[in-house]
Design a protein around this ligand. Structure first.
Ligand code: ADP
Ligand code: MG
Length: 568
């Protein structure tokens, strides 16, 4: 028995393949969803799930929520006298789901398929795997949440080139993925999202909008602010859910034995949520752009995540895509069901090959490079992408470079990961250098090949076709300690930027916008934006006010016209 687990930021769920279909397994309270919450009482008792969530607004307990955000980091979460890592708290949730299956089937499961967000990097995936192991589960496979959703919706049997979009709005995170079947493989073509947008934000917006009318005498102000906030948010959550089924509901809570209540309409929620609904668009645009797929080519938009049950959200989605989304599978259950289907495929080895899962490289990998600025100088520290984010892995790509100096003897490439145009904004993985024969500038070609696999292993081959000389370096997962040093270095690099004499709010803002657009685009468009930036920087360097003003106007106009070409 291989169980399928959706280990969510807000809620988790477990499902089983019964030989014909995937079935969710209820927890001890008879619920299909178990809140990803852990709490400790003063006597040291640990609570998991709904019980922990209910202690949230209590004064005497400590509760941890949303710890999935810290997966794969050293961040310590305090719970009573102890501290835990995110993977340890996740292990407590996984163990509770494992026990729910044991209670239903009479057998303690030992194997699982666990889902992870498509953008999870290797470190986060390893931590998830460890969490499973800490819970006594051997993790047969980790699969991407949108891939699991595709399996649950039966989209894996789709024909090729019928891409679909998975729209997943959960409690605190929003993920958009474009998925396609290719040669019998489920391929996540692109993923984008907003990791600070979900049902919780709608609660906060609603609570903020009604607080004054709910509590005109300011009773809540007399409470500990944390406690008052928790009470208010819990009440807003109940009301918001009720509004998914009716046009009007009550928002009520009790403070100091006094009951506060107010009527809330669907229109009230819609008004309060307006700014949040607008934020749904950007990640959709970005995912479509990264995958070079337009809305018209999408065969389907499928809804996943509890917050997509809100009618205001469905309305916004319908407006955004100009069509109705598919919600034939319960949006809360799709990911766990898909994980169980995958577990079933793995168990019955015949079916295993029918659906293989490919991953994407979650970030761009590349080298640093120097470029001539057109005024006789050289700009260095620029990032040249070799494998761009959202490229399916395993992947191998080569780029060709030329020497820049006469009789240059060595070439060194810094190896970076990230989305910033200047390498100082990215994570440095290391460097590779190689000897070159002395020749005039531009006469020696240097080939740089990057190969990246799903375990996060990056292999860099640098070779000189002219001499046959070559170097091969393998980069494995970094030590956490090194990441701290890296962060520190990046922070210092940013601080240095602040005192830079070029600093001038308008120009810097335009530069930042251009850099952000460089990050948002890929391929040739990136190259073009990079050239515009260099031209603008070179004008700034000239310190000629008229030249700067002209270059500013040019760059702004170019960026505007590029923005106008967005697919939605
Ligand atoms: P995650 O994937 O982040 O763990 P879920 O997919 O379980 O999260 O979504 C949790 C969110 O869904 C919560 O914010 C919750 O309020 C919301 N939600 C669940 N049911 C409903 C409903 N009927 N109406 C509105 N929102 C809902
Ligand atoms: Mg989820």
């Amino acid at each position: 028995m291989i169980i399928g687990i959706d280990l969510g930021t807000t809620n988790s769920a477990v499902a089983l393949w019964d030989g014909e279909a995937a079935q969710l397994v209820p927890n001890a309270l008879g619920q299909m969803l178990t809140p990803s919450a852990v709490s400790v009482l003063p006597d040291g008792t640990t609570l998991v799930g709904q019980a922990a969530l209910e202690r949230m607004a209590a004064k005497d307990a400590v509760t941890q929520l949303s710890f999935k955000r810290y997966m794969g980091t050293d961040h310590k979460l305090k719970l009573g006298r102890n501290t835990f890592s995110a993977e340890e708290l996740s292990a407590l949730v996984l163990a509770s789901l494992r026990d729910d299956v044991a209670a239903q089937t009479g057998t303690v499961p030992t194997e699982a398929v666990i889902t992870v967000p498509a953008y999870f990097n290797d470190k986060q995936r390893k931590a998830t795997r460890r969490a499973g192991e800490l819970a006594g589960l051997s993790v047969r496979r980790l699969i991407n949440e949108p891939t699991a959703a595709a399996l649950a919706f039966g989209l894996a049997s789709r024909g090729e080139h019928e891409p679909f979009l998975v729209f997943d709005l959960g409690g605190g995170t929003f993920d958009v993925s474009i998925v396609e079947m290719f040669a019998g493989i489920v391929e996540v073509r692109a993923s984008a999202g907003d990791n600070r947008l979900g049902g919780d934000d709608f609660n906060a917006a609603l609570a903020g909008a009604v607080r004054a009318r709910l509590d005109p005498d300011g009773l809540l102000d007399r409470l500990n602010p944390e406690h008052a906030r928790a009470l208010l948010l819990q009440a807003a959550e109940r009301t918001r859910r009720a509004l998914s089924d009716t046009g009007e509901a009550e928002l009520a809570l009790t403070v100091a034995e006094q009951r506060l209540a107010t009527r809330v309409s669907a229109a009230d929620l819609e008004t309060a949520a307006e700014p949040l609904l607008r934020r749904l668009r950007d990640p959709v645009v970005r995912a479509l752009r990264d995958s070079q797929i337009d809305t018209a080519s999408l065969s389907e938009v499928v809804l996943v995540g509890g917050a997509t049950r809100m009618p205001v959200v469905r309305k916004a989605i319908t407006r955004l895509f100009g069509r109705f989304p598919n919600s034939t599978v319960h949006p809360d259950h799709a990911v766990a069901l898909g994980a169980a289907i995958q577990g079933g495929l793995i168990a019955r080895d015949g079916g295993l090959d029918e659906v293989r899962i490919t991953d994407v490289c979650p970030f761009t990998l590349g080298v640093d490079r120097s470029e001539r600025d057109g005024r006789g100088g050289i700009v260095s520290g620029l990032f040249t992408p070799i494998i761009e984010r959202n490229t399916p892995v395993p992947v191998s790509r080569v780029h060709y470079f030329q020497t820049m100096g006469d009789n240059q003897r060595r070439v060194e490439f810094g190896i970076y990961q990230g989305e910033a145009r200047e390498v100082s904004g990215n994570v440095r993985l290391g460097a590779v250098d190689i000897a070159v024969p002395p020749r005039p500038a531009g006469d020696v070609q240097v080939d740089v090949r990057f190969s990246y696999d799903s375990s996060g292993l990056l292999e860099v081959d640098v070779s000189i076709p002219l001499t046959g000389e070559s170097r091969n370096v393998v980069f494995v997962d970094e030590e956490d300690r090194k990441d701290d040093a890296e962060l520190d270095r990046r922070r210092r690099a940013l601080a240095a930027l602040k005192v830079h004499p070029r600093e001038d709010a308008g120009n810097q803002a335009l530069l930042a916008r251009a850099e952000r657009m460089w990050e948002d685009h890929l391929g040739d468009v990136r190259t073009v934006i990079g050239q515009w930036i260099i031209a603008f920087q070179s004008a700034l360097e000239s310190q000629d006010h008229r030249a700067i003003a002209q270059a500013h106007a040019d760059l702004a106009a170019r960026l505007d016209s590029l923005d106008a070409e967005m697919p939605l």
